[in-house]
Write a protein of this length. Structure first.
Length: 282
């Protein structure tokens, strides 16, 4: 049987709804050969996942997803990161501080409208990396939104009454810091940025100047034609191809671990190439 993997997975360490251990158990029950934990702005889910994986035949890759700003949002994935890298830790601490600053403002706006939310309680409940999906969850629980999507649409998405900007690490620094931490930087979900062919090429070329090593070619909802286009781009630019579902659990109910919206099929060979690249890195 062909070995299947999923290299883009979120847990409760960021805004996923399954704990790292539950994600590992689900991956094992789906007979996946490997998953990468790629939480937003934190590496803290990896050790629980890796411990849980010792009990089953599942490989867990340490990873991260950093949200950056570059003519809009661009996400950079990093694989096989040195979890102890002090430089990366310092940047991640800064990102969490900026999140806290933004999140406190969202809380105040909600409180002013009579929604009883305490940021302290949110941190206790959801952990260190609080994102807007957590606020959406609270809005759903309070009966103010029908689901997370609705919460984004009506309250915390751009243009909504509780929308607040936050500061991002730059695209350039995000790629460099992953390299400094011995990781492999990969451009996440390239079709999410609504770029045409020449704009996407420009983005890829700019990222490569900063040290990009890979392109996420297989992703939930991408058609076969789109995937083929991205794989051709990766080959043309001598970038590694990666792929994953962007599983978040029940906050993104249409996306399933391993198979995305149904037909995602990421081959183990992608991970083999990633490992080879990591061994080659200086
Ligand atoms: P934050 O980084 O805290 O501003 O939250 C952004 C995260 O919210 C993204 O990484 C997505 O996972 C999630 N997100 C953004 N828009 C939506 C949406 N319309 N519905 C559900 N989740 C969303
Ligand atoms: Zn997320
Ligand atoms: Fe992303
Ligand atoms: Fe993601």
């Amino acid at each position: 049987m062909k070995k299947k993997i999923d290299l883009h997975v979120h847990t409760t360490a960021s805004d996923g709804t399954l704990t790292p251990k539950e994600v590992v158990q689900l991956a094992a029950s789906r007979s996946l050969a490997a998953i990468a934990i790629t939480d937003h702005d934190t590496l803290s889910g990896y050790s629980e996942a890796s411990n849980a994986a010792e009990e089953c035949a599942l490989e867990v890759v340490p990873g991260i997803e950093i949200s950056t700003e570059y003519n809009g949002a661009v996400h950079i994935l990093g694989y096989y990161i040195d979890l102890q890298s002090p430089d990366l830790q310092a940047e991640l601490n800064w990102i969490v501080e900026e999140r806290d600053y933004r999140n406190e403002k969202i809380c105040s706006l909600m409180q002013r409208d009579g929604i009883a939310v305490s940021y302290e309680e949110m941190k206790e409940r959801f952990g260190a990396v609080i994102g807007r999906p957590h606020f959406a969850k609270i809005l759903v629980e309070r009966g103010l939104a029908s689901d997370v999507q609705d919460g984004f649409r009506r309250y915390i998405g751009k243009g909504g009454p509780y929308y607040q900007r936050r500061q991002f690490l730059s695209l350039e620094r995000s790629i460099k810091i992953i390299r400094i931490a011995d990781g492999i930087p990969v451009l996440a979900h390239p079709f999410q940025y609504r770029l045409d062919d020449s704009e996407l090429r420009e983005l890829i070329e700019h990222c490569m100047e900063c040290g990009l090593h890979g392109l996420e070619c297989l992703y939930s909802g991408y058609t076969e034609k789109q995937s083929r286009y991205l794989i051709n781009l990766a080959q043309e630019y001598h970038l590694l191809a990666t792929g994953g579902s962007d599983f978040h659990g029940s906050v993104k109910p249409l996306i399933q671990l391993g198979c995305g919206t149904g037909d995602l099929d990421v081959p183990y060979s992608f991970l083999e190439e990633l490992k080879k690249e990591h061994l080659k890195m200086p």
